[in-house]
Design a protein around this ligand. Structure first.
Ligand code: ZN
Length: 284
């Protein structure tokens, strides 16, 4: 779904405020569905002019330049309701609402049997731990660090067969659980896991469900997350380059076998990582 906004952008051009232009980068594939990414065109890039800023609800949204256009790259949460939504766009202090449509999407179901029922039926102390971790992860997902540009053309963080698709509605031992908000790459324990793009390590932790986990902040609300790692090799605050190793794959936390679980977070929403890796994604 593409929307164009021209009206108030001329003022931005005339004022020629000093803001560095973000590097040109391939945008993710557009999919205006829950768990997808909407690309909303905001008007032409004028050299030297200030880039527009945009918000979805309270969450600031990545704005990139592509082919001479400003484009809001909007992450849509899996629980986003189909129908019309509104992006708030600000250009030189002037705010405008830009409507866009989210289409319905039904993701497939998957039923998983866990032999270790302690990872399905939680004890009171595990439940308290999980609730605290959910809150910590919620805060990390909302992290915003403004950077001059964000590389959204990701390379795969591990080499292997894609075994778990994004959005699948899961049932563990017959009980409904949250949908699969990432994708799984089958890799041997100890296989290297690398950053898909430049960034800064946002957090390193060991969670009940996700196991040893690294978050990488790519700037402007784009964050990636790597779970079930056997080892982590990075520290929070550390700069990391595209293709640089951040850890080794494993099966820590709730995992039925060694694999990398990879999530991509955009403006606080878990979105389909496949939209960021282009034609290099292998489905089998
Ligand atoms: Zn997974």
């Amino acid at each position: 779904m593409k929307k164009r906004l021209f009206g108030c952008l001329c003022a931005a051009a005339l004022l020629s405020l000093l803001t560095p232009s973000p590097a040109h980068a391939a945008l993710p594939k557009a999919a205006s569905i829950p768990g997808g990414v909407a690309l909303i065109f905001l008007g032409p890039v004028v050299p030297g002019s200030r880039q527009p800023r945009a918000w979805l609800g309270e969450q600031q949204v990545l704005v990139a330049s592509e082919g001479g256009q400003w484009v809001a790259v909007v992450g849509l949460a899996l629980d986003a309701s189909p129908g019309m939504h509104e992006l708030r766009v600000e250009v030189v202090g002037e705010t405008q609402a830009v409507p866009f449509k989210v289409d319905a999407k039904t993701y497939p179901e998957q039923r998983i049997t866990m032999k270790d029922s302690s990872k399905v039926q939680l004890s009171a102390s595990d439940l308290a731990r999980v609730e605290a971790e959910i809150e910590a992860i919620r805060r990390l997902k909302q992290h915003w660090r403004e950077t001059a540009g964000t590389d959204t053309a990701f390379v795969l963080p591990a080499q292997g067969r894609l075994t778990g698709r994004f959005g699948v509605r899961r049932f563990f031992n017959g009980e409904p659980r949250s949908p699969h908000a990432g994708f799984d790459i089958a890799v041997a324990r100890g296989a290297p896991v690398t950053a898909p793009a430049d960034g800064t390590v946002l957090a390193v932790d060991d969670y009940f469900f996700n196991g040893k986990t690294v978050f990488v902040d790519h700037g402007n609300g784009l964050i990636s997350m790597y779970c079930h790692l056997d080892q982590t090799n990075v520290q929070p605050g550390q700069a990391i380059g595209k293709g640089q190793r951040l850890g080794l794959a494993g099966m820590t936390g709730r995992a039925t076998g060694p694999h990398l679980h990879w999530s991509v977070i955009l403006n606080g929403a878990m979105v389909n990582p496949e939209l960021f890796v282009g034609s290099s994604t292998r489905s089998n």
